[in-house]
Design a protein around this ligand. Structure first.
Ligand code: SF4
Length: 433
């Protein structure tokens, strides 16, 4: 049986796509092996969101070639899409596929093997208008599944290369969402996480549907106990979505709303179409309607023009927003984006200090949030039971560890759990009888 190994860099969308592509290989008789092992095929799903993501992508491609010089090396994802010639020129690369045509990846690999020729299958992503369905063939896990329902972004934030790698907005059909939901429910999954490059714009290109319709299509399947949204732009949180989250407890009270900066001048330079005031108003509205809501975010530090004063304002605003977690990124210059040539670039040492300062705010916010959860009883979806400890997530994405009276518990079970203590990675819980 031929073997295939995947190496995935970057975001949840890439991980979801890897899952779908690995299903295509399994369906065609390949056995999955770890990426550190010798394999017949290596697929590297690359990332371009930062220069580090790109550097690591190139390293992984070279490493795969070294692990087995006879292997077929297929490179896909954002780096392959943005730099197809550079990708194709890396020693040992046999197949180059961008962010489209992934449903044919096994054919390309076999074509490269049979014809002993490099296959280049990168399309003009800007001309793509249809969402590419990669039907799930099988399902290796069974607790929480990621489902990609949207691709592309038309926002063109001044620092971001992703719209050039992913093209214009494309949404999966409601029929496709319902079908995959049934497939995942049949496989035993209890939770579905909806993902997309700009998830909140689901359906916008046709004007016929919205994200709420997509969520309702999943909720229509009663065997799915939870639906979670991955990263969503704050501007895309509609009144209808808030109402649904308030009324249907199966839609998890957890939103990841990228803030990117807590200073209005920087937000404007980033071409983010909101102010800190808009963002704060949204959080106030959400928190008044949705109980136990966890809000997490992304913030970029060291954006060009971010003076010490502006950063201090950003820090203060982030602290006031009481995020349950902040993903902090040092600004990374992406050539081809407007911000790469902005004046006032910030040095690496200063960016490092700012990352550390903001991480402290993140840790304090996380602690405060967990403290507010103490004493509450929430359903925990158990993901694993190892060494006498059952571990899973609450609807608002807090990791809970249960160490007492776990006999008889099984993975994938939902258990009412009283949150009784704070630990390093989350909360400790006690089963509620
Ligand atoms: S919304 Fe902005 S940051 Fe997000 S993918 Fe689109 S351009 Fe990039």
């Amino acid at each position: 049986m031929p073997t295939v190994a995947f190496i995935t860099l970057g975001c949840k969308v890439n991980q979801t796509e890897t899952e779908a592509m690995s299903g295509l290989f399994r369906h065609r008789g390949y056995e999955m092996v770890d990426a550190t092992e010798k394999a017949d095929v290596y697929v590297i799903n690359t990332c371009s969101v930062t220069h580090l993501g790109e550097r690591k992508s190139r390293q992984m491609v070279r490493r795969a070639g070294r692990l087995n010089p006879d292997a077929i090396v297929a490179v896909t994802g954002c780096f392959a899409q943005l730099s197809p010639a550079e990708t194709a020129a890396i020693q040992g690369v046999d197949v180059v596929v961008g962010t489209q045509n992934r449903s044919h990846i096994v054919d390309y690999v076999e074509q490269a093997r049979e014809q002993k020729l490099q296959v280049q299958a990168v399309s003009d992503i800007m001309s793509m208008r249809e969402f590419e369905e990669i039907p799930l063939q099988d399902s290796p896990g069974r607790t929480r599944a990621f489902m990609k329902i949207q691709d592309g972004c038309d926002n063109y934030c001044s620092y971001c290369i992703i719209p050039y790698a992913r093209g214009h907005l494309r949404s999966r059909s409601l029929g496709g969402i319902s079908e995959e939901t049934r497939f995942l429910a049949d496989a035993g999954y209890r939770e579905i996480v909806l993902t997309g490059i700009n998830l909140g714009t689901y359906g916008r290109e046709t004007g016929r549907h919205t994200l709420v319709d997509a969520v309702r299509a999943v909720l229509a399947e009663p065997r799915i106990a939870r639906v979670r949204l991955s990263s969503t732009e704050s501007l895309e949180i509609s009144a209808e979505l808030i109402e649904l989250m308030e009324q249907d407890s199966r839609l998890c009270p957890h939103l990841h709303l990228p803030l990117q900066a807590g200073d209005d001048a920087i937000l404007s330079a980033m071409r983010r179409p909101y102010t800190t005031g808009d963002y704060a108003d949204l959080l106030k509205r959400l928190r008044s309607r949705v109980s136990d809501l966890a809000v997490t975010t992304d913030i970029i530090v060291g954006f060009p023009g971010e003076s010490a004063d502006r950063f201090a304002r950003s820090l203060e605003f982030a602290s006031a927003m009481q995020f349950a977690k902040i993903h902090v990124f040092p600004y990374s210059k992406r050539s081809g984006t407007p911000a790469a040539s902005f004046a006032g670039q910030v040095g690496d040492a200063e960016k490092k200090c700012r990352v550390a300062d903001l991480m402290q705010v993140s840790e304090q916010g996380s602690l405060n949030f967990r403290q507010r959860m103490l004493g509450k009883t929430l359903p925990v979806l158990l993901e694993r039971i190892v060494d006498g400890i059952a571990e899973g997530l609450t609807p608002n994405y807090q990791r809970v560890f249960i160490a007492e009276e776990i006999a008889g518990l099984t993975e994938n079970q939902l258990v009412q759990t009283e949150l009784v203590g704070i630990c390093d990675e989350g909360l400790s819980g006690r089963l509620k009888k």
